[in-house]
Design a protein around this ligand. Sequence first.
Ligand code: GTP
Length: 597
Amino acid sequence: SQLDHIRNFSIIAHIDHGKSTLSDRFIQVCGGLSDREMQEQVLDSMDIERERGITIKAQSVTLNYTARNGETYQLNFIDTPGHVDFSYEVSRSLSACEGALLVVDAAQGVEAQSVANCYTAIEQGLEVRPVLNKMDLPQADPDAVAQEIEDIIGIDATDAVRCSAKSGLNVEDVLEDLVANIPAPEGDPDAPLQALIIDSWFDPYLGVVSLIRVKNGSIKKGDKIRLKSTGKDHIVDDVGYFTPKMTKRPELNTGEVGYLCASIKDIHGAPVGDTIVSTKNPDVDALPGFQKVKPQVYAGLFPVSSDDYEAFRVALDKLSLNDASLFFEPENSDALGFGFRCGFLGMLHMEIIQERLEREYDLDLITTAPTVIYEVVTRKGDVVNVDNPSKLPDIGSIDEMREPIAECNILVPQEYLGNVISLCVDKRGVQVDMQYTGSQVSLRYEIPMAEVVMDFFDRLKSASRGFASLDYSFLRFQEAPLVRLDVLVNGDRVDALAVIMHKESVRRRGNLLTEKMKELIPRQMFDVAIQAAVGNQVVARTTVKALRKNVTAKCYGGDVSRKKKLLQKQKEGKKRMKQIGSVEIPQSAFLAVLKVD
Ligand code: GTP
């Protein structure tokens, strides 16, 4: 049957192990594209990308491969991202596949990052096929690397295809292995439509485009479909494959992966993980879907100039069209004025968004200290979620504070185990499990989310020379001795500088913070007192001494133009400052809150 001739797969590979080169080879072998056509095609899509100013997400490619047995197979290759912040996207892509190729550089060996993704694939029931790449390199040591794959991941790698994506050596053997060993999809072509949305993105010309996997039945242009979660009906405008160009097809059948356009206006209308059914048979069950991604890190973002507020709002709207995980709502700060409270998946996500706002939208922004969500139980018994320290209810009305705990799975080569354990302890981690697998150790820790999202990943990498890998997810809220540390400048509380933290670190943090602020706040005509306080209790204080001389004094009062120039200069300097009461605070002071550890 037709289903027998479909293979849906992903490639799991560490960065630089050759995923892109190998997939280009696949396209070449299958499509019979010449080198020149390949180049044209790549250029083509880059031009469109430039023209539209968006990143085209061609995360799937459909190829026809004529195998040595003479049969032609439809191969659907679904791409996966690489960073821990986006690991939920990996399991999402994998859920559309029956198998995965684990591509390992035969000269480098197994890298911890792909191990976590491999486990995800195995957990989801996928057939994982190891591939040893870069066999053309003289330092390739395929036997040792095959052994490593068996030791660490526990899959048989004796028959792993040994290839070179660069030279083309044995690339067809990889496809043969894939066709022979990755199972065909299952499903009933005659059953009512049931399709899973793997991803959705916004295209300025087509509206929302969704990547879907048809589990049962089929879908074609003109069909009336319903989205299970929203209950909304839509008419199908188009379906097709990426080859890698967007190519229309009369229909998508059971087992296939392809795109769908149905005049859906924004991505919230086609949520990832949702099930598509036919309005003729709307009672078909929803598919398991995916865990909803919730932002883990929140921060206030404020335009330096209040004139930019509207442009900022428009920019966030635009960014969120292609990023369902970006959360934002208006926030008003005494210190920083009007801005937005934004929620991110992690620090990398936050940095990417910040950078895009500043670079693509030319906005100057001030970002407040990032925070996780806390759960607060009030004396009245209400449970409130707090994503903004300045919104924390009065200490007197709080019965209990709870912080989010993350379950962290870490894989680390034995030689770095000591370093990694000290790091986990340092981050208030509790060990739950430890297992030796070959030369690597698998650790499970429960660590406060606040510690995990900040710089844990970077610290883990440097503690293990890049070899440790991390996977984490929210586990539960747990009671903790938490308080809010406020910063007061000449008695005025600066709401944007408040942080929620553990009681025991308050004094140390308060001292570091006030010292840092002292360096950063320019001297004024008067003394400026900087205090760190918990409620009414001051835990640290410093003073920025008054400037003795008037800045303009040295102009002897006579040279008016020079005096004007000086004042103008001061005014420009103000752009990146915020007035707090009578004191101006530079943006660097806000950033300093982040840096104080
Ligand atoms: P990212 O795009 O950064 O994720 O990397 P990737 O995993 O897609 O690897 P990519 O295909 O870009 O290859 C990384 C580097 O390895 C490139 O310089 C390739 O030319 C090279 N490379 C890929 N396959 C081979 C191979 O079989 N042999 C040799 N010698 N080099 C290869």
